[in-house]
Ligand binder design. Structure first.
Ligand code: NDP
Length: 280
């Protein structure tokens, strides 16, 4: 029997999740129907209820609904609670349970696919929205060194730092103080600035020839930050495509009890993104 899944977001037309999950299901011989549902802030909760009513098995949640979805869940995992955001919903008889696979997806991509040792790295997290909240606890658990959090709205950086509960290790700083923070071994762009036109204007002084720079965005949205990191001389510069595929694989294994192989779909999507940037 075909099982129904969906990703909810706004906008959602360009989401790669239906394609990734359909590829995983085909590979595992599982019949699923996975669709993208556009929902605004106003109708998200109603759209989710309707999806539950048709017997759907699960859902992924993306921008801007991760915090709202967290609040709608009956039960949430510990990592979702630390993030106060969910990206994966599991259907129950009465509603939804929630999890957050973003952080584990990022760590899996960096340490397994790219074989990068994160331990002890002095880390700068730029951004304090849903994605930053999702990855911060996983980065700390992966053994990074001190973490500094900078966000355009400073109160959100403070809230993220407070939620981590490690005052000696995790610090918030003002954007205007970036020039005084020295250099970092690991810089993560968890903002959605690449989707707009205003740019981040980060100083080159943050980067050394040993810096790992990772943008959680991918495709066109990652061009500004990854170009900046390369120009500043970072050792390794990555986008968020691998994280996207890995967070999906973890969600898939939560729903279906089996972990899919991710290299084939990652390579396929990577080829397309490279082609896009070459104007193919
Ligand atoms: P949110 O809307 O929750 O947060 C957006 C963040 O970006 C906030 O910190 C916001 O700051 C900041 N921001 C937006 N515009 C600017 C700007 N012009 N200058 C500086 N800061 C800015 O989004 P998410 O956290 O959910 O997503 C962030 C990014 O991560 C997106 O591009 C998304 O595609 C990507 N992502 C990738 C995933 C993957 O699997 N690869 C998974 C999840 C997200 P403020 O608080 O001041 O508004």
């Amino acid at each position: 029997m075909t099982q129904h899944f969906a990703v909810f977001g706004f906008p959602i037309a360009h989401s790669l999740s239906p394609r990734i999950h359909s590829a995983f299901a085909k590979q595992q011989g599982i019949a699923i129907h996975y669709t993208a549902i556009e929902a605004t802030q106003e109708n998200f909760s109603e759209a989710l209820n309707k999806f539950h009513a048709i017997g759907a098995r699960g859902a992924n949640i993306t921008l801007p609904h991760k915090q709202t979805a967290f609040a709608l869940c009956d039960k949430t995992s510990e990592r979702a609670q630390l993030a106060a955001a969910v990206n994966t919903l599991i259907r129950t008889d009465t509603g939804w349970d929630g999890d957050n696979t973003d952080g584990a997806g990022l760590i899996h991509d960096l340490t397994e696919r790219h074989r990068i040792d994160l331990r002890g790295r002095r880390t700068l997290l730029v951004g304090a929205g849903g994605a930053a909240r999702g990855v911060a606890p996983a980065l700390l658990a992966a053994g990074i060194g001190e973490m500094y959090v900078v966000n355009r709205s400073p109160e959100k950086a403070d809230a993220l730092v407070d939620a981590m509960g490690q005052p000696g290790r995790v610090h918030s700083r003002y954007w205007d103080d970036l020039k005084e923070l020295g250099s970092f071994d690991f810089i993560i762009n968890a903002t959605s600035a690449g989707l707009g036109t205003s740019g981040l204007n980060l100083p080159f002084s943050l980067v050394t020839s040993r810096t790992l720079a990772v943008d959680l965005s991918y495709s066109e949205a990652a061009i500004e930050f990854t170009s900046w990191a390369k120009a500043a001389g970072a050792e390794t510069v990555l986008d968020g495509l691998g994280m996207l595929v890995e967070q999906a694989a973890i969600a898939f294994s939560i729903w279906h009890g089996v972990r899919p192989e991710t290299d084939a779909i990652y390579a396929e999507l990577r080829r397309e993104i490279v082609g896009l940037h070459n104007g193919d």
